[in-house]
Design a protein. Sequence first.
Length: 169
Amino acid sequence: MTRIFLLIPLLIALYFALRWFARAKIDDAKRAITMAIFFILLALLVFLAVTGKLNWLFAAAVAAYPIIRKIWGGWRIFRWLKGAKKSQQNSAEGTPIKPNRSGMTFETAYSTLKLEPGANREQIITAHRKLMSQAHPDRGGSDQQAQQLNAAKEFLIKQLDDQQPTKTN
């Protein structure tokens, strides 16, 4: 009989939660689900600690650690291979877009520095200095503008250095 009295409020709470969930915005629903999972895990942890059955949880976590590391490493390799495959597709399609780790491409680098494609090293450095004198944080510019200008200059200079053949003695 007491189980029924405990089950009825739980079912009523579940009904109202599902009603709210059906009308909620996606961001609010994600936040609510995350909070619910957190509190359920916390309640489970407290319950296991009170009943004295927390030891098996620590043993399971220690046993699962090597498996999780192996899965995580495989996932990282999969993501890396997926990125390599995309870059091969771009080069096969003839697109000259070569993004670096910051996402900078030739197109964005040239437009950031207000240069025409094919500019030489001196033109890149001159344009960078001119724009940095206006965009520097000490002179009223923003950090983000300065970072973009620096990234564009570094990207283009690096590409120029990679294109030049190395001299061997």
